[in-house]
Design a protein around this ligand. Sequence first.
Ligand code: ATP
Ligand code: MN
Length: 467
Amino acid sequence: MIRKYSIKELLNKGKFLIDQKVLVEGWIRSFRYSIFIILNDGSTINNLQIILSKKLDKKIIKKITIGSSIRVIGIVKKSIGKKQYIELKSLDIIIYESVDPEIIQKSILQPKKHSFEKLREQAHLRFKTNIFSCVMRIRHHIAFCIHKYFHEHGFFYLHTPIITTSNCEGVGRMFQITTMNLKNQPIDYTKDFFKCKTYLSVSGQLEAETASLGLGKVYTFGPVFRAENSNTSRHLSEFWMIEPEIAFYHLDENINLAENFIKFVIKYILENSMEDLTFLDQRLEKCSKKNRLLEKLELILKFPFKRISYTEVIKIFDQEEKKKNIKFLHPIVWGMDLQSEHEQYLVDKYFKTPVVIFDYPCNIKAFYMRMNNDGKTVRAMDILFPEIGEIIGGSQREERYDILLQRMKDTNTDKKKLWWYLDTRRFGSVPHSGFGLGFDRIVQFITGMNNIRDVIPFPRTPNNAEF
Ligand code: ATP
Ligand code: MN
């Protein structure tokens, strides 16, 4: 039996396999001088060089084209070239499918520079490209180490429902789901599948809270859906969110967790995805004059995040505007939500580190955030990152029954639908906290991609749900 290797395995173990017979499979990246095949199988950014035997039939040579899928049995040899340590001397080659060079020329697999927009139009093929396969491999490692982090810190992975009846969590518009025939007006939702109106969930937080009040530490990691018409480079209509929720946790502990967690993820990727990161680093540097990716990531690990209250932030903006250091397009006063120009100024210009803003005015935050003694602010916290802005939004939750009830009234939240949420405040309520991290945003930050649509396999955005 001849052992089959992935290209990653073969390149890693190559030294110890010299003169052995092995089997590899992959897609042809290039074919030169009718003798050198460059092969990739997706397992790594690196390619394997294959040397064909000279007596190959002309008919077969013709079939060896870019994009074609092949199987090769060959002998591992120490490479004479400097680029790679080993190469494969082919003994036997099978072509699974030979691709017509004319088709390749019209596709993103034609080896030349293509715009990210063009790659998106052929999203089903972009897994075969260097840049997107790097992003996808890193995306996998980020997901993996998120589970690793929580598991090792005593959290339980919780699956919250994707179908929900509550449209009252204070986050944007929701997608409705129904099995009703919408032609029959008026629609009686008591006859719908669930006997009521249902939606795709925008967050698993409320359910996660109830779980934390029994299990202590939980986290969710799943898809969420938002029907907002935000056509930006940071928003998707379907994205993945991580939401830890912890009982007996105050806001400062929540912020500590968030900072520690993000730094763990970045450190893990620096330690485990260096080849892919290095490729992206060199590639992105050519495309734009951005900070070098690796330096940017290492900088995040170096210093503590700046922690500052919303009220202090507004004071800084006042001072800076008075000193004429800055003039915002949208002037800001206490009580208003920060827009991206304010966030950018704070993170990129003023502090030059990630910034944690806490104690926001209650009128711009959700009903479940814990009211401070001043009666004006709540124990909210947002973490702002360079380039992408808000990466985390969290809070200490309102655990006091009466105050929560009052907040629900004040914000027109339907307490009948959320009876179960309110009820948890009568069965051993405790101070508790949590946050939501946009998974695709952290992938975007770590890979340095400009557009969030280029870090998810098949992006869903306004006007686009293809593939
Ligand atoms: P933003 O102000 O950027 O629209 P938000 O305040 O509406 O975000 P939250 O409801 O606090 O977002 O969601 C928690 C996290 O989920 C955010 O910090 C962000 O990382 C991520 N996130 C929110 N909306 C989107 C989106 N449309 N696409 C991708 N990630 C998102
Ligand atoms: Mn938010």
